[in-house]
Design a protein around this ligand. Structure first.
Ligand code: CA
Length: 223
């Protein structure tokens, strides 16, 4: 899942980016609406977190303009403004949801997931990379039409890798609890699962590349 963070406060942006990467998102940061515009035009955004107070064009105007252009990417406003009027204007402008700072990160993650689900109720649970498909609702993995057998922890790791694909899944995000929040697990347990997954995925032309200091990325082998 690829997230765009539109936020001009670099410290806030860094915190958001780190948290989202830990949760398995591939994150692109934009400081201005025009940078965000370019990311949207490249078409590689699944969900956007939008600050309202921005230099030049503000977040409300950006959201309104995107909706006018037919962009349907789910957008969540994250802002210090907490008056009812701002909330109503934000939602009327085409935002999917609204969260005020300070916020709790698990709530942000839950709201982002909900916004994506509402927008794509049929497809947002289905991911595919190469010959593999995973249903995030039923936690079933298929190779083509065949069920692809994995141990539960291998499946969790694979789900995180496929959710982050083509980005990198943070090592800390590879095991998750029922709410999708990263669970504590020993680095060794992650490495054992990665080792086993690599063996199972190799015949499918998929590799798991180690991204030093960050985590792992699922890649299709070039033939
Ligand atoms: Ca701001």
């Amino acid at each position: 899942m690829r997230a765009l963070v539109l936020e001009d406060d670099l410290q806030v942006a860094r915190g958001l980016t780190e948290g989202l990467v830990r949760a398995g998102y591939a994150v692109e940061h934009a400081s201005t609406a025009s940078e965000a515009d370019q990311a949207m035009q490249r078409g590689n955004v699944d969900v956007a977190v939008v600050d309202l107070g921005l230099p030049l064009e503000d977040g409300l105007s950006f959201i309104r303009r995107m909706r006018d252009q037919g962009v349907t990417v789910p957008m969540l406003i994250l802002t210090a403004r907490d008056t009812l009027d701002d909330c109503v204007v934000g939602l009327d402008s085409g935002a999917d949801d609204y969260l005020t700072k300070p916020f709790r990160f698990p709530e942000l993650l839950a709201r982002l997931r909900a916004a994506v689900r509402r927008k794509h109720p049929e497809t947002s649970f289905l991911l595919s990379v190469g010959p593999l498909r995973v249903n995030l609702r039923t936690h079933e993995v298929y190779q083509g039409e065949e069920f692809f057998a994995l141990r539960p922890r291998e499946r969790e790791v694979l789900e995180s890798l496929m959710t982050a694909w083509p980005g990198c899944a943070a090592k800390a995000a590879l095991f998750k609890d029922a709410d999708g929040v990263p669970a504590d697990s020993s680095p060794n347990a992650v490495e054992v699962s990665i080792f086993r997954l690599r063996q199972k995925l190799a015949p499918l032309g998929l590799t798991i590349r180690t991204v030093r200091g960050i985590g792992y990325r699922l890649e299709e082998q070039k033939t």
